[in-house]
Design a protein around this ligand. Structure first.
Ligand code: AHR
Length: 648
């Protein structure tokens, strides 16, 4: 197969040449390869409060009182005038052996018309939206002298406005679950609110778990935030890589993503420390990841824990590793197994009778960090066991061409290798024209499992990033776009790719990494310029790769075609501060429709979008006219353009 030609970066300083517009040629007569149906995907893990305080719509922070063994963080006493209440963590009165802590509320005095109780400040506030139904569910028990009622409300921070309220009673000395629906009326959206539980008479109540969900995507219980789901669906994702990233590995073997502890009723999930410095409730567990894929009509690309954790611990290949290999086999059975299998039956019990389609399993994450050199043997052990039971599954090695060849897996032939690219935008612009040019076309398929351009002088994990806006500017998006063009040119070999990280909660103290694709606070969300660049690429993708070539220009790009409709997608990136006139030649077509759509992302390269200005840099849709197979087009400065050309 012919290797697609990159549009060259090369500025030749001869006056006569600079005076002439560059020519971009698309060879539509001879497709150079098949584009991958798995472009583009999404990558996710618990980082930057992606799930708790993010996609997972739970509104109560520290809902099971396990975040801090010494204090009921995010909970505070409510003592209205003349009332008196105290709060304490209580490990001797726990709901079960998973929710090992409870919160004891003792009201000693409840004055008439004044209540006493406890309030939760949520994840940077409780979002109040007009005419919304919230589902509260509370595990509680009491002393014999009190049975209720208990009032639950969403109340403004200053205590003056009650946005929604409800009651339950019937408490006993045994643990019981109470459910209350709260409805807001006319209310301007605000996050300056708390969730408040009060008693209007003296009594003691223990809470095992307190949960509050707003309306969720598809109205699913234990579900997802609607706006974030919509933003992902709008990217037309083909797969979701989960659960990490570092999140699959954990800081220690003990704190890995231990999938069996993340399934079943949420009150059976203890949660665990995530490697990004906070505790995960595991409310978003394995089945929720799979449903998330299902909701987006995307395939799961599932990483299994492979015996390496971030603090440099590894499990020795051989008998020590066997239980972890068995866990991976069980996990695959949970995802794909029939109802007659042990773990398939567990999935049915958990509420999902149908099995999920699974083609790709990744063995670990970034195992080049394992300085013991054990990955080759660990990979082999997983590979042999998984292939013996699931021969058609494609297994991904976490060490790819971004690493020295000596680190590669040599003892087996991985079906796919995962490469990670976090690069300054300028580096992407330099490397993209030659990206994958010298890769062995007969080698394993390639998965660019994490990539992002950053525009700062320091890398994404540097503490200095905290001072920068959470999402990248247009300059970074230009770097992302040249890399996407390079991957599309090489999509005969690069079968999958996904930007990382996807999510960031922009509230102070919530994030560990920048840049991130989608930003949100408690109330709203926005896409970065990189988000829109990916959307432009992912929504305009054919199934054939067309070769492109050019005379001297700083522009980069790629072309693909939908073989059924004949539509050609020409994607061009101008990283320069000046506009560039072009001659575009579409060779190998009889005619070109005189009208075409152009989608343009352009603007000040130093600007990004934000919560307050979510649409500063967004794609503009226009029509261009009077086209022939050879036409003139001017690329705006600092721009990404997709031309949708109808050819016959
Ligand atoms: O995407 C952030 C982190 O970068 C991932 O968790 C890890 O795989 C990589 O180092």
């Amino acid at each position: 197969m012919k290797t697609p030609t990159a549009i060259l970066i090369c500025i030749i300083a001869t006056t006569s040449y600079l005076a002439t517009a560059a020519t971009i040629t698309v060879d539509a007569g001879h497709p150079s390869g098949k584009a991958s149906p798995l472009f583009y995907g999404l990558m996710t893990e618990e980082i930057n409060h992606s799930y708790d305080g993010g996609l997972y719509a739970e509104l109560i922070q520290n809902r099971a009182f396990l975040d801090d063994a010494n204090a009921p963080v995010h909970w505070s006493v409510v003592n209205d005038d003349g009332s008196a209440a105290t709060l304490a963590l209580d490990s001797s009165n726990s709901f079960n052996d998973k929710l090992t802590m409870s919160l004891r509320l003792s009201v000693t005095k409840a004055a008439k018309n004044h209540s006493a109780g406890v309030a939760n400040d949520g994840y940077w506030g409780i979002p109040v939206k007009p005419h919304a139904r919230y589902r509260a569910s509370i595990l509680a028990r009491t002393e014999s002298n009190f049975s209720g009622p208990v009032t639950v409300s969403i109340v403004s921070d200053d205590g003056h406005t009650v946005y929604a309220t409800g009651k339950f009673s019937g408490l006993t000395t045994d643990w019981k679950k109470f459910e209350v629906t709260l409805k807001t009326g006319i209310a301007a959206p605000t996050a300056k609110a708390r969730f408040v539980i009060t008693l209007n008479q003296p009594g003691t109540v223990w809470f095992g778990m307190v949960s509050l969900f707003p309306p969720t995507w598809d109205n699913q219980p234990n579900g997802f935030r609607k706006d974030l789901m919509q933003m992902m669906v709008d990217l037309n994702p083909k797969f979701l890589r989960f659960p990490g990233g570092n999140y699959v590995e954990g800081d220690t073997i003990e704190t890995r993503f231990d999938w069996k502890k993340t399934i079943g009723p949420v009150e059976e999930r203890h949660g665990h420390p995530c490697p990004w410095g906070y505790r995960s409730t595991d409310g978003l567990g394995l089945l929720e990841f799979l449903k998330w894929c299902e909701d987006m009509k995307a395939e799961p690309v599932m990483a299994v824990y492979a015996g390496y954790s971030l603090k440099g611990m590894h499990v020795n290949p051989g008998p020590d590793l066997d239980p972890f290999v068995q866990d991976a086999l069980d996990e695959i059975e949970y995802v794909t197994g029939g109802t007659n299998t042990r773990w398939g039956a567990q999935r049915v019990k958990d509420g999902h009778p149908a099995s999920f389609k699974l083609d790709y399993v990744e063995i670990g994450n970034e195992d080049w960090f394992d300085k013991s050199g054990s990955y080759d043997a660990r990979f082999a052990q997983f590979y042999d066991a998984i292939k013996a039971k699931y021969p058609r599954l494609k297994l991904i090695s976490t060490i790819g061409n971004d690493q020295p060849k000596t680190n590669f897996v040599h003892s087996r032939n991985p079906d796919v290798t995962d490469e990670h690219y976090y690069r300054p935008d300028g580096e992407f612009i330099r490397m993209a024209p030659d990206y994958a040019k010298n890769y062995d076309r007969g080698g394993p398929e390639i998965f660019a499992g994490e990539w992002a351009a950053y525009e700062t002088s320091f890398p994404p994990w540097d503490q200095q990033s905290q001072k920068e806006p959470p999402t990248p500017d247009l300059k970074a998006a230009l770097g992302d776009a040249v890399f996407m063009a390079a991957m599309e040119r090489n999509a005969d070999l690069i079968k999958m790719n996904c930007y990382a990280p996807m999510f960031v909660n922009v509230n102070p103290g919530a994030r560990q990494w920048r840049p991130d694709l989608i930003g949100y606070d408690t109330i709203s969300a926005y896409g970065s310029p990189s988000y829109y660049a990916i959307q432009m690429f992912s929504r305009n993708l054919g199934d054939e790769i067309l070769s492109t070539s050019s005379s001297e220009t700083a522009l980069q790009g790629c072309a693909t075609r939908n073989s059924k409709t004949g539509e050609i997608f020409l994607k061009l990136v101008n990283p320069q501060a000046t506009a560039e006139p072009l001659n575009i030649e579409i060779n190998g077509v009889k005619t070109l429709a005189s009208k075409a759509s152009a989608i343009t992302l352009a603007g000040n390269p130093d600007e990004s979008n934000s919560i307050t200005q979510p649409k500063k840099i967004i794609p503009i849709y226009t029509t261009i006219r009077h086209l022939k197979p050879n036409f003139a087009y001017t690329m705006p400065p600092h721009s990404i353009v997709v031309l949708k050309l109808k050819a016959h």
